[in-house]
Write a protein that binds this ligand. Sequence first.
Ligand code: BEZ
Length: 212
Amino acid sequence: MATLRLGDHAPDFTADTTEGEISFHDWKGDGWAVLFSHPADFTPVCTTELGRVAALKDEWARRDAKVLAVSVDAIDDHHAWKSDIEEVGGAAVTYPIVADQDRRVAELYDMIHPGEGDTSSVRSVFLIDPKGKVRLSLTYPKSAGRNFDEVLRALDALQVNDSGPFSTPADWRPGERVIVAPTVSTADARERFVDVEEVTPYLRYANAPTTT
Ligand code: BEZ
């Protein structure tokens, strides 16, 4: 599979998970999906990451996002590892973890980068929108844990982008002002959006609608 690009349709798959077999597109339904891989079970960084994702359960739900973890380890290992994740994260693991022993999902989503040491997956994240399009991807090395607050912030930004047309400036946080997309004239923006400020002819801020 060629590298997935932003705007591509997220490929479907069926897989064994800790919550039973799932068919990705059916499981995702009409909401958002956060598909993320990690290298291996019973490893330190991964344990903190999966614990953090578990602790953010209500935050994913508030954004209509389902999370799905992937690694190439076996289902029995995933089940056995869960209690460590729960102890470290302080929350139950309620999302499925794919047992991708034949590496089908990892190859479909280009999650194996041989230069990173071995044939386990690196730390990939795909944000997939309600229409099934890949809207954002992140790739971290095995040694560096991800910041899931940033994943939530990026999800918020995408949802605000779609409610416009708006863009979001550097370091944008929910509740802050957004940028009117270049496809909308300032005159139109003043009719459609609240409190439009023209900083330059191409940089126009407006109040954002509340999303979360
Ligand atoms: C970790 O989760 O700590 C880890 C896993 C694989 C390679 C390096 C680090």
